[in-house]
Ligand binder design. Structure first.
Ligand code: DQA
Length: 146
């Protein structure tokens, strides 16, 4: 089972960027931890980070009939991108949205997600653990054991 892990705008700056909000882990550390989890879960991951909406959209289109799930932290595109939402809806691949910070207790403009209505669910506020929880939730959705 193949899962595409997408990181949106500014997430390449993790570790340096507002560590009081986003923690001190780098994106590489997060991806490495997910890779370890994936072995245990029996799934194969591909990773992409981009600061460009169109690059993320192209990757979502390329996932059609190739990847069985998408784990995405769209970064600020969460709150702006109808186009990423439409891309996910168009490929109809089960998607889990994750955020390091709890977007619901931050500025009002961060409290709305264009992605959430077409996602299986959203995990927000657990720092780097949000990705790990999100991956488990996605795999549990794709391969239910109960
Ligand atoms: C974020 C939350 C967004 O509001 C912000 O623009 C980000 C990171 C998070 O993971 O907490 O870039 O998606």
């Amino acid at each position: 089972m193949k899962i595409l892990v997408l990181h949106g705008a500014n997430l390449n700056m993790l570790g340096l960027r507002e560590p009081n909000i986003y923690g001190s882990n780098t994106l590489k550390e997060i991806n490495d931890r997910l890779t370890q989890d994936a072995i245990e879960l029996g799934v194969s991951l591909s990773f992409l980070q981009s600061n460009h909406e169109g690059v993320l959209i192209d990757a979502i289109h390329a996932a059609f009939q190739v990847q069985q799930g998408i784990l995405i932290n769209p970064g600020a595109f969460t709150h702006t991108s109808v186009a990423i939402r439409d891309a996910i809806a168009s490929v109809n691949i089960p998607t889990v949205e994750v955020h390091l910070s709890n977007i619901h207790k931050r500025e009002e403009f961060r409290q709305h997600s264009f992605i959430a209505p077409i996602a299986i669910g959203q995990i927000s506020g657990f720092g780097a653990e949000s990705y790990r929880l999100g991956l488990r939730a996605l795999v549990a959705h794709l391969k239910p054991i109960i």
